[in-house]
Design a binder for this molecule. Sequence first.
Ligand code: NAD
Ligand code: UDP
Length: 350
Amino acid sequence: MGEVNSLVCSLSERASARMLYAVHRDILQRKIIVTGGAGFLGSHLCERLLRSGHRVVCIDNFSTGNMQNILHLLSFDTFRVISHDIVTPFDLEADEIYNLACPASPPHYQADPVHTTLTSVLGAHGLLTLARKYNARIFQASTSEVYGDPYVHPQVETYWGNVNPFGPRSCYDEGKRCAETLFFDFHKAYGTEIKIVRIFNTYGPRMRPDDGRVVSNFIVQALKGEDITIYGDGTQTRSFCYVDDLIDGFVRMMAADTSVTGPVNLGNPAEFMIGDLAKTVIELTGSRSRIVHHPLPIDDPRQRRPDIALAKHELDWQPQVQLTEGLRKTIAYFESRLSLSAPELREMVK
Ligand code: NAD
Ligand code: UDP
């Protein structure tokens, strides 16, 4: 009986602690796990959370991320970095978990497709189990790739997508789809507080020069005076979001009411043809690079643009940074990363 009483007591204490937490979450220092925290997006998220006064633990296997992205954060005594692969479960108490761990660039996620699927599926399962144990709120970095090569345009969250289950992109697309399923099943079965965002192509400082995605490829090629490689005829479209806008959306999503589970699209609805992106990068860098055409990769989506009505309504969020402005900042980053300014590079390739 005593045991039952203490159980009831501890349950009601936990419920009121939870309520108190909900009321004061904006002013409390929270303990936050960011998986994939040494990657492009993850490093910006860690920085944002640390600057807001939270304790942050970055968990990363450093497969596509690197210490250089987070070196400047080591001066925060509220920051911890743990080298770990999320395919293997771990135990760490947290108030919130952001799951960003997964290679995002096609050449990187296709390099070890089995591991990519396991990262999304086993990784999500391990982290959801942790969230359940510690009553933590958990965020999933899902992707526009869940829509595959979409027939519905722009993409709305209610669209189920058009995904090849066994093509070269499937390890990523299907892994992310299955992770969404796991998130919702934990939510339904155990009441786990979930937050799922579907991220559309995002770019900015701290992308790797060899990342392989289109914005970093074009900028690095332009700065080095190398050929700019358009895959296919360049009429396929993408919508590009600047990293600061996206991170703002992440934080708003995590702070949103419990009822806002997502999936919510986060991306910039301005849509561009890849051929036009190449021309814009050439113009902004003043490069003398030539445009060359390579074969279009298998299953490359023809078009992509987010419908962000839900994000506007639920999160009061929409991107602020226009493509030209974001590209200028990203070009400046790569110039310093490559240790040469654009005019110096242009001299070299004359
Ligand atoms: P990124 O490759 O720069 O970052 C991924 C990070 O996860 C890296 O630091 C990597 O080392 C780490 N990682 C990978 N597998 C891991 C594992 N098994 N265990 C621990 N750490 C692991 O990519 P990004 O652009 O920063 O993407 C971050 C997240 O956002 C990914 O989940 C990605 O699917 C998602 N996303 C990004 C975009 C985008 O345009 N940037 C679009 C859609 C979705
Ligand atoms: N792409 C390109 N040249 C490159 C890299 C990519 O033309 O050097 C194209 C690619 O085929 C796709 C688009 O740019 O149509 C976006 O590719 P990315 O890999 O950045 O993202 P995703 O295909 O996952 O949206």
